[in-house]
Design a protein around this ligand. Structure first.
Ligand code: URP
Ligand code: ZN
Ligand code: ZN
Ligand code: ZN
Length: 471
């Protein structure tokens, strides 16, 4: 079955041009002008719209046990919501358990996702410990499972937190095997001390979540991870960067030649710490780790995106209902499950606050929400690219239309949206995943299980649908 996406303005990470896209089966076969459609070719009109490569969200937590509960959105609702927002690939975090084979964790995540996803997906693998068994198993994670990124938590003491020895050995091993190491960079020991002190003083409201996780704790951990990466001669990706102190560490390590990358999220760009002071426990809706920061950090983050000091936008989708989940921490902020719903509005916020407000260019928008993550995580050019042979994952986007974000109309399963009532410039009209229209004018046209697990290429290598043929 052939399709032609006609009359749109194609926007990639590097170029903006008028052309039509011929799709054959699941892939883009030609890009050009004046195609003569054969009988049965479906024409998709993109007149007046941009055509972007489908978004790649490198940071989601679907169906994940955390904070005494389980994230509300699973691989059905989470990936469907992602599709509505223009995202056509996600990489989700697979949690491992100490003392248990890594393969068990991978199987658990396959069981959560197989046959459920609306869009293609992959997994990052959490590393909580390094021992003989883990070292023996890691090569097969890359070679057999196609999981080419490892995640180490420097925070969440007594839950996920790993020590420096674990991080350092993970960095060394990742370099050897061809994987990218990701870190949640906050000093968990310092935060543990500060939270205990706050509780002892009777400070139990949501705002103390932010006040006990200061910017210094993020800056210090980010700097430490950068130094260990340089020492190991390895590669690092810092997730959810929230503040100037962390940006500075990444910037200076990169200037010194380190292979280090940084992600931020829509919440840090467009919300600030005062949200946590909302009355009636509403502040709990805005509990993320790292926490929302003072407003001045937003300019620093936008500047970092514009100048290339940070390179990607993740959603850090980790959704919990306000009623029944967030309220576990009603009397104690340390019991509020950390995280929020963002998979659906990730691209919207970046377009509306970024491109429409003149903070970043259109091409930067594509790089930040799709192409760069595809390159870093071994998905490019199959994903994150409008090129011949790439998957026909496309977003037809009307830059002149507007909409209002609301939990009444969002697709995520949670009972609130952190951007409730926000007016957004730009609306997703059509989303194609592997040549199939899965979203049309806010209606889901796909089928559960359209999305499949993707085995990714090693760090720095490309993932192609077909091998190059000799001519
Ligand atoms: O608060 C957050 N970020 N929740 C998700 C888990 C994590 O640390 O990424
Ligand atoms: Zn038209
Ligand atoms: Zn994290
Ligand atoms: Zn996360």
């Amino acid at each position: 079955m052939k399709k032609i996406v006609k009359n749109g303005i194609i926007v990639t990470a590097s170029d903006t041009f008028e052309a039509d896209i011929l799709i054959e089966g699941e892939q883009i076969s030609t890009i050009g002008k004046g195609f003569l459609p054969s009988e049965g070719t479906e024409i998709i009109d993109a007149d007046g719209c941009y055509v972007f490569p489908g978004g790649v969200d490198p940071h989601t937590h679907l169906d994940m046990p955390f904070g005494g509960t389980v994230t509300k959105d699973d691989f059905v609702s989470g990936t469907t919501a992602a599709a509505f927002g223009g995202t056509t690939t996600i990489v989700d975090f697979c949690l491992t358990e100490k003392g248990k084979p890594l393969k068990n964790a991978i199987n658990t995540w396959h069981n959560k996702s197989e046959g459920k996803a609306a869009i293609d997906y992959s997994f990052h693998l959490m590393i909580g410990e390094i021992n003989e068994d883990v070292l023996a198993e890691l090569p097969s994670m890359i070679e057999a499972e196609g999981i080419t990124s490892f995640k180490v938590f420097m925070a969440y003491k007594n839950v996920f937190q790993a020590d420096d020895a674990t991080l350092f050995q993970t960095l060394i091993k990742a370099k050897e095997l061809g994987a990218l190491v990701m870190v949640h960079a906050e000093n968990g020991d310092v935060i543990d001390y500060l939270t205990k002190e706050a509780l002892a003083n009777g400070q139990t409201d949501p705002i103390y979540h932010a006040l006990t996780r200061p910017v210094e704790a993020e800056g210090e951990a980010t700097g430490r991870a950068c130094q260990l990466t340089s020492l190991a001669g390895s590669q690092l990706y810092v997730v959810h960067v929230s503040c100037e102190e962390a940006v500075k560490q990444i910037e200076s390590a990169r200037r010194a030649g380190a292979d280090i990358w940084g992600e931020t999220c829509p919440q840090y760009l467009a919300l600030d710490q005062d949200e946590l002071r909302k009355p009636d426990f509403e502040g709990a809706k805005y509990v993320w780790s790292p926490p929302l920061r003072e407003k001045k950090h937003q300019d620093v983050l936008w500047n970092a995106l514009r100048t290339g000091a940070l390179q990607t936008i993740g959603s850090d989708q980790c959704s919990f209902d306000f009623i029944g989940q967030k309220d576990l921490g009603k009397d104690d902020f340390t019991k509020i499950p950390n995280g929020g719903p963002m998979i659906e509005d990730r691209m919207s916020i970046l377009y509306s606050e970024g491109v429409a407000e003149g903070r970043i260019s259109l091409n930067q928008f594509v790089d930040l929400t799709s192409t760069r993550a595809a390159k870093l995580f071994g998905l490019y050019p199959k994903k994150g690219s409008i090129s011949i042979g790439a998957d026909a994952d496309l977003v037809i986007f009307d830059p002149f239309a507007e909409r209002v974000i609301s939990s009444e109309t969002h697709q995520m399963k949670v009972d609130y949206n952190a951007f409730e009532g926000k007016q957004i410039k730009g609306v997703v009209r059509t989303v194609l995943s592997k040549g199939k229209v899965i979203i049309q004018d806010n209606v889901y046209k796909g089928t559960e299980g359209d999305g499949v697990f993707i085995k990714r290429a090693k760090y720095g290598e490309e993932l192609r649908n077909t091998a190059l043929e000799r001519v």
